[in-house]
Write a protein that binds this ligand. Structure first.
Ligand SMILES: Cc1cn([C@H]2C[C@H](O)[C@@H](COP(=O)(O)OP(=O)(O)OP(=O)(O)O)O2)c(=O)[nH]c1=O
Length: 234
């Protein structure tokens, strides 16, 4: 069963895709042209841009860079999937903290309040681009100084939008969540599955068919994962 291309350096996104049985190959930037094609270099928020518009724009930039990468490498055609996650508090975007001091500031701001986690996912295939936006709300309990310090020492804030990962220690801080748990982690699985189904891609055909039972569907998708183990194309 053919796989899709996942253009993401985030191991979580690959794990989440595997969780729903979508075989995939990583399509990562060339180390030599990292800066030229790295859309994060173009991640500045535009004047007046809303967080929702921002996260979708960045995702489409990532997708565009990934499509060019696939063309340059003359890869066999298959859907290319990208995503971007950002945290929004009081209309302000909280990206990935650069260091522990910035992570502390973010955690102190998130403490005792509700923020939104936005994850945009986009897929390109056969001249079509489809995109979805997952919006979740997370309410953090008031955090003590000791809790913040302990969290900073764990290092789990690194590389995470808003300075925390819901899949780790910070789960203890989340008093209430509404939306998509996988979306908060970086890849909203329901929306992703819907996008892939809309393409009628064979790797997700089990989900497209209407005459397949739940058991057969699960067997199909497991087979698909095993048939093409995840590998990096860097
Ligand atoms: C809020 C939150 C974010 N995150 C992560 C998801 C994303 O990996 C990261 C936000 O960074 P992104 O820029 O979305 O993604 P990335 O740089 O890790 O990977 P790539 O651009 O190559 O796809 O924050 C969690 O893992 N858990 C959480 O609870």
């Amino acid at each position: 069963m053919p796989g899709i291309y996942l253009a993401s350096q985030s191991p979580r996104r690959s794990q989440l895709l595997t969780q729903i049985g979508v075989a995939h190959t990583l399509l990562l930037p060339d180390p030599a042209s990292d800066i030229a094609e790295d859309p994060e270099a173009l991640e500045d928020v535009l004047p007046g841009e809303s967080p929702d518009a921002y996260v979708q724009r960045v995702t489409l930039r990532k997708l565009d860079a990934a499509q060019q990468r696939a063309l340059r490498r003359a890869l066999p055609p298959a859907p290319i999937l990208c995503a971007d996650t950002t945290v929004e508090l009081g209309g302000q975007i909280l990206g990935k903290p650069a260091d522990a001091t910035e992570a502390r500031t973010m955690l102190e701001r998130l403490s005792g309040s509700t923020h939104r986690v936005l994850t945009a996912v986009a897929v390109a295939h056969a001249g079509q681009v489809r995109q979805a936006l997952s919006v979740s709300e997370v309410r953090f309990a008031p955090l003590s100084t000791a809790e913040v310090r302990h969290y900073l020492v764990s290092g789990e804030w690194q590389g995470k939008a808003g300075g925390y990962g819901i899949q780790g220690l910070a789960a203890a801080f989340a008093a209430h969540i509404s939306g998509s748990h996988s979306g908060i982690m970086g890849l909203p699985l329901h929306e992703t599955w819907q996008l892939l189904q809309a393409l009628r891609w064979p790797g997700t055909a089990a989900g497209v068919s209407t005459d397949i039972t739940g058991t057969a569907e699960a067997a199909d998708t497991i087979e698909a994962t095993e048939a093409l183990p995840t590998q990096a194309l860097s």
